[in-house]
Ligand binder design. Structure first.
Ligand code: SAH
Length: 263
């Protein structure tokens, strides 16, 4: 393949290439590049963001599923060649590269795997102090939303338990090739200084997911499968619906449930 041969956008890989350099640079600059030596870009495509990341002192690694894009990157960014991982981000064991060291995540990646990318990031939260990514606008807004909002849900609570979530700016369809049908939004996550929770973290995931499966029911009803004692269920927190609980209240609820289950 010649050096300047362009990658043809493939729908099944969710490819919408960003063609606005100033937005690419703006996204690359959303990370602080402090407190970690490595940055992982998910889905670099033809490297529009990558070239700005390569200007930083941190080591840029990219993970890309598309062979044609991988070839393009290796031909056009020679100093990146041995840090191009041709793999599916969702399946790859990142510690083969990072060996338990911290790294930041960044990317303009496909909308249809963006929530799975966030869940995988949460699993790796001990190693990921910062995350910046392009999402469908509504998804980015949902992740940042607070209790009481109609769009507050599982991802809002779980992300905000560990990270400060900030909606940075909206990106119109016209700056992508081909343009997507939706508006996009860039979301920044910065891990909280104290991200070790006072409850059992695995239990928090279970409680939040179960509660929001039936978001219109009270917690007394939606959390039936936990077989809680009548004594505990008399607590007025169980009169509430999941969207009324702030993140900290979910943590308190999880602590109550933990001690109840232990008895
Ligand atoms: N970041 C580039 C490309 C955006 S398109 C730009 O802004 O122009 C999304 C990119 O993610 C494509 O290159 C696609 O091949 C890649 N991709 C899709 N699924 C992936 C996965 N599971 N793991 C890694 N990369 C993936």
């Amino acid at each position: 393949m010649s050096k300047d041969h362009q990658v043809k956008a493939k729908k099944h890989l969710g490819q919408h290439f960003l063609n606005d350099e100033s937005i690419a640079e703006k996204i690359a600059n959303t990370l602080s590049f402090e407190g970690y030596k490595h940055v992982l870009e998910i889905g670099p495509g033809m490297g529009v963001l990558t070239k700005y990341l390569l200007k930083k002192e941190t080591k840029t690694h990219v993970i890309e599923i598309d062979t044609e894009s991988v070839e393009f990157l290796k031909n056009n960014y020679l100093n990146l060649a041995d840090r191009v991982i041709e793999q599916d981000f969702l399946k790859y064991d990142l510690n083969l590269i990072f060996n338990h060291e911290p790294f930041a995540i960044i990317g303009n990646f496909p909308y249809n795997i963006s929530t799975q990318i966030v869940f995988k990031t949460l699993e790796m939260r001990n190693q990921v102090p910062e995350f910046s990514g392009m999402f469908q606008k509504e998804v980015a807004q949902r992740i940042c939303s607070k209790e009481g909002s109609k769009v507050y849900g599982i991802l809002s609570v779980l992300v905000q338990a560990f990270y400060h979530a900030e909606y940075l700016f909206t990106v119109p369809p016209s700056v992508f090739n081909p343009p997507p049908k939706v508006e996009s939004g860039v979301l920044l996550l910065k891990r909280k200084a104290n991200y070790t929770l006072s409850c059992n973290e695995a239990m928090l995931f279970k409680v939040v997911k179960t509660a929001f499966q039936q978001r219109r029911k009270t917690l007394r009803n939606s959390l039936k499968t936990f077989n809680l004692s009548d004594n505990l269920k008399a607590n007025s927190i169980f009169d509430k619906r999941p969207e009324q609980l702030a993140v900290q209240e979910f943590i308190e609820l999880t602590k109550l449930i933990e001690t109840d289950v232990e008895q």
